[in-house]
Design a protein around this ligand. Structure first.
Ligand code: CP
Length: 318
């Protein structure tokens, strides 16, 4: 299918075919990244703004590198040093960026709905890089891209998402992407952080970690999102590690070919033992690498690219 959307705001509103188009386009860009000259002129003359109101390492840097690989001009905007500190609103900030000819605004914001809000009045494209506990679409896309790359297909796989589901935009976007692609999704963690209501989305909810990981093909671990929790949801980090952390003893009771995933940042010794994060079943660094190809695909598509068939013709920039 041909892509036709101007924005990427969430996964929920995408069809399965649209998700597959992004993944196939990302695969084509990953092949471009294996050429001697990795830069293509697909966004030459375009201006991309990284409007990051919340901290980020992986997402911000990979969007910046993606824009550079596509030959766009990229501006990194962070709150510190900006006029947001003098009380300027998000709307006025975005309108000023547009007045400076921003073609694509990539926004991370602590408020759920901030990207949707900008998309209602900006003429350019808006890409959601994480909004509150609502959505993190490019994280989910790079996660399913990595699963597809390692396992061949997502359909029929058993995927367990273990950790702080309630406050996680990564969990919500992953749930939508995985279900649309035909995976069986199990959610697990403390009952305070994994409400039964998630079953309404089509997931299985269990608070029994041994049961959740025993037959999983993929175990995706999430950190505890202290910055979004309004009260203590469990007694201590040590207790969390005892009851829900992926320890070596627990890993021994999982399928030997199951993959260990984590969106980062990792809290070693809390949701995952440090050695497991670095073991040969961990694909955490592959996820980061794949984030670049996925974000190149997203920028390419919202800028008017139609799909992977358009990437083949992009000559490397000498
Ligand atoms: N996974 C993720 O969103 O990481 P950053 O917060 O570092 O971007």
């Amino acid at each position: 299918m041909n892509w036709h959307r101007k924005h990427l705001l969430d996964i929920q509103s995408l069809s399965t075919e649209e998700i597959v188009t992004i993944l196939d386009t990302a695969r084509a860009f990953k092949a471009v990244g294996e050429r001697a000259i990795k830069k293509v002129p697909a966004l030459r003359g375009k201006t991309v703004v990284n409007l990051f109101i919340e901290p980020s390492t992986r997402t911000r840097i990979s969007f910046e590198l993606a824009a550079k690989r596509l030959t766009a001009d990229i501006i990194n905007f962070t709150t510190d040093g900006s006029s947001l500190r003098k009380g300027e609103s998000l709307k006025d900030t975005a309108r000023n960026l547009e007045a400076l000819n921003a073609d694509i605004i990539i926004i991370r914001h602590q408020a759920a709905g901030a990207p949707h809000f900008l998309s209602r009045f900006l003429k350019g494209s808006v890409v959601n890089a994480g909004d509150g506990a609502h959505a993190h679409p490019t994280q989910a896309l790079l996660d399913v891209f990595t699963i597809r790359e390692k396992k061949g297909d997502v359909k029929g796989l058993k995927v367990t998402i273990l950790g702080d589901i309630l406050y996680s935009r990564v969990a919500r976007s992953n749930i939508w992407a995985l279900l649309k692609l035909g995976a069986e999704v199990t959610l697990c963690g403390p009952s305070t952080l994994v409400p039964k209501a998630f079953e309404d989305l089509g997931c299985r909810v269990t608070w029994n970690v041994e049961e959740a990981i025993a037959d999983a093909d993929i175990i995706n671990l999430l950190r505890i999102q202290h910055e979004r929790q309004r009260k203590t949801m469990f007694p201590s980090l040590g207790e969390y590690n005892n009851l829900f952390g992926l320890t070596k003893a627990r890993l021994a009771r999982t399928k030997p070919d199951s993959l260990i995933m984590h969106p980062g940042p990792i809290n070693r010794g809390v949701e995952i033992d440090g050695e497991i994060a670095d073991c040969n079943r961990s694909v955490i660094m592959d996820q980061v690498t794949n984030g670049l190809a996925v974000r190149m695909a997203v920028l390419f598509l919202v800028n008017g690219g139609k799909g992977p068939q358009d990437v083949g013709g992009t000559k490397s920039e000498i």
